[in-house]
Design a protein around this ligand. Structure first.
Ligand code: KIV
Ligand code: ZN
Length: 392
């Protein structure tokens, strides 16, 4: 029986599978093993290591990640086909905690156009393939691809069938990022309430970010009863990506007052994980990206810098240390005020007298108007000049 009142949300990382499906994001075996080690340090509960049947390289990666992982469950993706499921098992059986993750599309569009299957044929395929997976592996997850564009009665029937055949995790993906928080939450509430054997499964979210709603949809589904979240480091993934782990985990931590759930994520490992994935894939993190962007803890405006110098909680809702960064940065620019300029001079080892300080500050403002970015070297040059001028 699954207790949906539990406050623990399992984190299923799919950086190595859905994340790797981002154009240009492929990783070699050594790189995947490095990422998997960091994912374990980060505390994710399940690592989807790849799609074993996709290529010999993917098979090897899933096998090796399975051998390496000490704590996390290791999953391989498999379509609703015997060969896929058997290949997935061959790869994950080395894991201490193996999982087969099998899926089939349930929306009318996908069944007709992509699979050329009737709804009845789809139900039969779910029954057969989930049962096969369960005969090989005690931990089976089933996903209803394109769940958010599926017909609700049919989706409920498909979920009931998968649970009856042995799936113990049911994932309802927003494959094309079409849902809104309200519709996604309503789908979970509806399925959990209507499927008679729903209490035998953990329900899972899997959100794509086509409308930029991946994280919001994920959080809404958790409130509606989901207790597993599928997501990726830095939100990498197909098209506009997947919901980002670091945002989901920190949202639950920082706003525990309104989202009283916990994860096993070790938040201080977030920055390391983000930098590792970005470095390996060459996929740069946008500077204004929440939690892990270069500007996430940077402050330029004079008013903000002044507030930060007095008490960082004036403009920061979490500390940079809490996500594994050493400290916030006051970025020197045309919006910076005297307090930040004085602090920067102190950091650089200067203490100027009043006149020299006012002069240097005026010249810093002129420079900041002319130049997009002000580096420590610019300030050093400016102050050295000031010292040479021989003010007080
Ligand atoms: O987006 C999706 O539907 C998927 C499934 C294969 C789980 O990635
Ligand atoms: Zn996906």
């Amino acid at each position: 029986m699954t207790d949906r009142t539990t406050d623990t949300v399992l984190i299923f990382d799919t950086t190595l599978r859905d994340g790797e499906q981002s154009p240009g994001c492929s990783m070699n075996l050594e790189e995947k093993l490095q990422v998997a080690a960091q994912l374990e340090a980060l505390g994710v509960d399940i690592i989807e290591a790849g799609f074993a049947i996709a290529s010999p390289g993917d098979f090897e990666a899933v096998s090796e990640v399975s051998r390496q992982c000490e704590r996390a469950t290791v999953a391989s993706l498999a379509r609703a086909a015997n060969a896929d499921i058997e290949r997935a098992w061959e790869a994950v059986r080395h894991a201490r905690r193996p999982r087969i993750h099998t899926f089939i599309a349930t929306s009318p569009l996908h069944m007709k156009v992509k699979l050329n299957k009737t709804p009845e044929e789809t139900i039969a395929a779910i029954e057969r393939t989930v049962a096969l997976a369960r005969s090989l592996c005690p931990d089976v997850e089933w996903s209803a691809e394109d769940a958010t564009r599926s017909e609700p009665d049919f989706l409920c029937r498909a979920v009931e069938t998968a649970i009856r055949a042995g799936a113990r995790t049911i994932n309802l993906p927003d494959t094309v990022g079409y849902a809104t928080p309200e519709t996604y939450a309503a789908m979970f509430r509806d399925v959990i309430a209507r499927v008679p054997n729903a209490d035998q499964a953990v329900f899972s979210t899997h959100c794509h970010n086509d409308l930029g709603l991946g994280v919001a949809n994920t959080l809404a589904a958790i409130a509606a009863g989901a207790r597993q979240v599928e997501s990726t480091i830095n939100g990498i993934g197909e098209r506009a990506g997947n919901a980002a782990i670091e945002e989901i985990a920190m949202a639950m931590k920082v706003r525990h007052d309104v989202m009283p759930f916990r994860t096993n994520i070790v938040a201080t490992e977030i920055t390391r994980a983000s930098r590792l994935v970005s470095g390996i894939t060459g996929f740069q993190v946008q500077p204004n990206k929440a939690i892990v962007g270069a500007n996430a803890f940077a402050h330029e405006s004079g008013i903000h810098q002044d507030g930060m110098l007095k008490d960082s909680s004036t403009y920061e809702i979490m500390t940079p240390e809490s996500v594994g960064l050493t400290k916030s940065s006051l970025v020197m620019g045309k919006h910076s005020g005297r307090a930040a300029f004085r602090q920067k001079l102190e950091e650089l080892g200067y203490e100027l007298g009043d006149n020299a300080f006012q002069d240097a500050f005026a010249r810093f403002k002129e420079l900041a108007d002319a130049k997009k970015a002000i580096f420590d070297e610019d300030i050093l040059a400016l102050v050295d000049d000031e010292v040479l001028r021989g003010h007080d």
